[in-house]
Each structure stands twice: as structure tokens, then as C-alpha cells.
Design a protein around this ligand. Structure first.
Ligand SMILES: *[C@@H]1O[C@H](CO)[C@@H](O)[C@H](O)[C@H]1NC(C)=O
Ligand SMILES: *[C@@H]1O[C@H](CO)[C@@H](O)[C@H](O)[C@H]1NC(C)=O
Ligand SMILES: *[C@@H]1O[C@H](CO)[C@@H](O)[C@H](O)[C@H]1NC(C)=O
Length: 268
């Protein structure tokens, strides 16, 4: 899904970035530390967790997903057998083929499809949506990819759906099935992210969606024709639509809800 978020925002906003018109600042200027990075960029999606035994990680190298143990310690049912979140997610987690390389740590038990990841990966160009202020360093960029994999592939992320099934009301326009809330992330992970991105540029006040809105406001020609050219075929087009509905909503919808964090940020 690295790709998922990417493509969605790339398509929404178009590829023609007027960097000069955005208020670009270094991460270091926007966020005092890894805590603010994790807690502000994605609204209330993530929480900075200093007790590492109960904080999730967005990437791992072990054969067994360490997040399973974390979820157990937090009292979530184990093993997790439902993906809960729905954007491009599978219904239930399961293995993916060997060529599942984009988000490979989750290969054995993933909520994202190899095909989805692969197609989307092929569909996006170099214009990662978070590169609105120019290319990010590869060290920094990597963390965005990891976040995207966590969101799309990590079964335990589903426990943090903002409107879980017992709350979700299909006829309430404010509800959705893709938004996350309050997932505790290991403090050292957030700190590493901050260090990696420290001197890279990002726009706006630090919330992902305010940056997106600012970007939209600045105006772009929406050069989707060229972009669409990259994306051959109806199947992929459908994926893109799903992505738009799902992922954009994920970020922008929460904005409409007037979340306190965003308001606070914008007031600054
Ligand atoms: C960290 O969390 C674990 C599991 O909930 C708990 O047993 C432990 O006391 C916590 N440690 C600290 C320092 O709060
Ligand atoms: C990945 O592997 C699966 C099953 O082996 C195959 O169906 C699929 O076409 C492969 N995808 C790519 C992009 O190679
Ligand atoms: C679901 O949402 C609709 C529209 O907002 C509302 O009228 C209805 O009462 C809600 N149902 C429940 C069970 O909350």
C-alpha cells in the first residue's frame, strides 16, 4: 500500500507540483520530535508509545511478526483472523506468493494482496505524493513506504479501526471502514523516522491532510491524462477508484470531522 496512499494522492492532486507555492519546511522545523511526527502527521491514527513492549512497529526483519506479541500483550484476540480495515484490504489475512516483495515482512500473513501491491507499485511514478516539497531522501522515503505497508498489510492494524464493526453505522456519512485511530507505535520507531527525515522538506503545518488541502488549494492542472497513461486497463482503473475512495477518504474525511489535533495545528 505504500503505493496505495501514493497513487491516491497523486491522482487527486495531479502531478504538477508548484513547490514554490507551498510552505515547505524541514521536518525538524515542523515537528519538535518523533512524538509529534507520529502523532500529528496522521491525525489521531497513531500514538507515540514509550513502553516498547506495548508499541507496534511499522517494519520488521524477524520471521514472525513481532506485532502479534504486542497485540497479545494489549489483550487483542490472537491470532488475528480478520483484516477489519477496508480500503484495498483482503477480508482475512493470509500468505502471499514469493514475489510479494514490496511489503515482504508480511508475506506469510498479510492483509494486502501481492497483486494490489504490485499493480499499484507499477502505477506510481516518481512523484510520491509526500514529495510535494521536492524529492525526499531515500532514508526518509523508506519510512513512508513502511507506514503504507503497515496500514495495508498489517493484520493487527485492524484493531485500531476508528469505527469498528460494533460502532460502524452504514447510513452515517461520517463513518467509514478505513480510518484508524490510536494505534500505539514504538517510540524508538517514531524517533528513527524523525531522524531519517529531519532535514527533508514537508509542507504545511504537519498534518498530512492539511498539507494535502494546501496542495489542492495552490492549484494544479491535474495532469491526470499523463498519469492515467501509466495505468493501463480497466482492472487497474478500478483499483485506482477504490484507492481514491478508500485512502483519500482515510485522510481527508477525518479532516472534515474537525479533529482537535488538526484544528490545533491549523490555529498555530
Ligand atoms: C509496559 O507494559 C507492560 C505490559 O502492559 C507492563 O507490564 C509494564 O509494567 C509496562 N512498563 C512500564 C514501565 O510501564
Ligand atoms: C506472483 O506469483 C503469483 C503466484 O505464483 C502469480 O500468479 C503472479 O502472476 C505473480 N505476480 C507477478 C507480478 O509476478
Ligand atoms: C445511523 O446513522 C443514521 C444517519 O446519521 C441515523 O439516523 C441513525 O439513527 C444511526 N443509527 C444508529 C443505530 O445509530
Amino acid at each position: 500500500m505504500d503505493a496505495v496512499i501514493l497513487v491516491a494522492l497523486v491522482l487527486l492532486t495531479g502531478l504538477a507540483v508548484q513547490s514554490a507555492d507551498l510552505s515547505c519546511k524541514t521536518f525538524e522545523e515542523i515537528y519538535p520530535s518523533g512524538k509529534e511526527l507520529c502523532e500529528k502527521m496522521w491525525g489521531d491514527g497513531f500514538v507515540y508509545e514509550t513502553n516498547l513492549s506495548v508499541g507496534f512497529t511499522m517494519w520488521f526483519f524477524e520471521a514472525e511478526n513481532p506485532n502479534n506479541k504486542v497485540a497479545e500483550r494489549l489483550g487483542w484476540p490472537s491470532p488475528v483472523d480478520d483484516c477489519h480495515l477496508q480500503s484495498l484490504h483482503k477480508e482475512a489475512p493470509g500468505p502471499e506468493p514469493d514475489n510479494f516483495t514490496e511489503c515482504y515482512p508480511w508475506r506469510d500473513y498479510s492483509c494486502c494482496h501481492q497483486d494490489t501491491v504490485q499493480k499499484i507499485k507499477e502505477a506510481y511514478g516518481r512523484e510520491w505524493h509526500w514529495e510535494r516539497c521536492g524529492a525526499l531522501s531515500s532514508a526518509c522515503n523508506r519510512f513512508f513506504v513502511q507506514l503504507a505497508c503497515l496500514y495495508e498489510c498489517e493484520p493487527n492494524a485492524g484493531f485500531y479501526r476508528k469505527f469498528p464493526d460494533h460502532v460502524y453505522n452504514d447510513s452515517d456519512p461520517n463513518h467509514n471502514k478505513w480510518q484508524m485511530e490510536g494505534m500505539p507505535i514504538r517510540a524508538d520507531y517514531c524517533d528513527s523516522w524523525f531522524r531519517a527525515c529531519r532535514y527533508d522538506l514537508f509542507c504545511g503545518s504537519g498534518s498530512y491532510s492539511s498539507c494535502a488541502r494546501e496542495y489542492t488549494k495552490v492549484g494544479n492542472t491535474g495532469d491526470n491524462g499523463g498519469n492515467a497513461g501509466l495505468i493501463a486497463g480497466v482492472v487497474v482503473a478500478c483499483v485506482i477508484v477504490a484507492v481514491l475512495i478508500g485512502t483519500l477518504g482515510f485522510f481527508i474525511f477525518r479532516e472534515r470531522k474537525g479533529e482537535p489535533l488538526f484544528n490545533k495545528l491549523e490555529a498555530e
